[in-house]
Write a protein that binds this ligand. Sequence first.
Ligand code: NAP
Length: 291
Amino acid sequence: MKQLWPRGRTHIAAVIGYPIEHSVSPQMQNAAFVDLGIDWCYVPFSVHPDNLPEAVQGMVALGIKGFNATIPHKQALLSLVDELTPAARAIGAVNTVAIRPEGLLGHNTDAEGFWAALLEAGYIPGKRRALVLGAGGASRAIVYALLSQGYQVRIANRTTARAEELAETMRSVNSQVSVEAIPLATETLDSASKGVDLIVHCTSMGMHPKEGTTVWPEDLAFPTEAFLFDLVYNPTETRLMQQARSVGAQVSNGLGMLVHQGAAAFELWTGRRPNVKRMYEACCSAMEAAK
Ligand code: NAP
């Protein structure tokens, strides 16, 4: 495969975060540019939150075509773009910006990335009843995606007030279905998991460096009928995934969501569909190299 190096006419895309060192997006996006043979390059920038407005203005001045944003910039970008997509507005976070002559478009590709990854993992929508574990930044995109797809959603979170707040904000996404908050406790999980066909894990439990920890009580059997989508991808197999596998439930980790949210951003900037398989391979090699 031919490696392309940036030149005067190369289109530049970027990712900003603080920190940014851990991001595998540069390897993933650059592999997809090389695969298509298009003259693009993706560059990571560590941007302190105090410098975000100047960094955005700087990217416009430098002719950068678009950028991704990760922690802690996703909310602050809402007020720094000219236009928001309905997804970014409802989720309350921007993870992708397209810099266009007419202005900056703020989008959020996490919801579509999640849905694409879920279907790719073999999940077949059934009763459309889901249980979401966690109510942080990531679960906002998941709840938005599920409500948009007509799911009845229950959100269980350690801090119940945060789940209630999320349910309240998301209620307007789809008035045809219900969204409610429940405490993250054995009894409530037991009753809430009956009859659900999808459980989405959105907490940081089980994620590196908390390998081996799980949000699901060890003394509560995971529901056999439910498909588990775990947003965690490092490690690739979490304790929660093992709990679900042990009762024969179908499971997926969150790598597909990372890849598909990146693929959606790639398409927004370039107008081309990337080679998703190549993006997976690049992520896996980058994560392996980081060990
Ligand atoms: P966040 O905003 O910091 O939220 C963290 C969530 O974890 C909150 O719901 C928090 O509950 C819960 N939590 C933390 N420690 C807990 C504990 N000991 N027991 C029970 N709950 C606990 O983080 P985030 O950005 O939403 O990310 C959540 C996870 O999703 C991370 O593992 C992240 O890597 C993953 N993620 C994956 C993708 C992907 O593309 N696959 C994208 C984004 C995020 P409280 O509200 O009670 O604190």
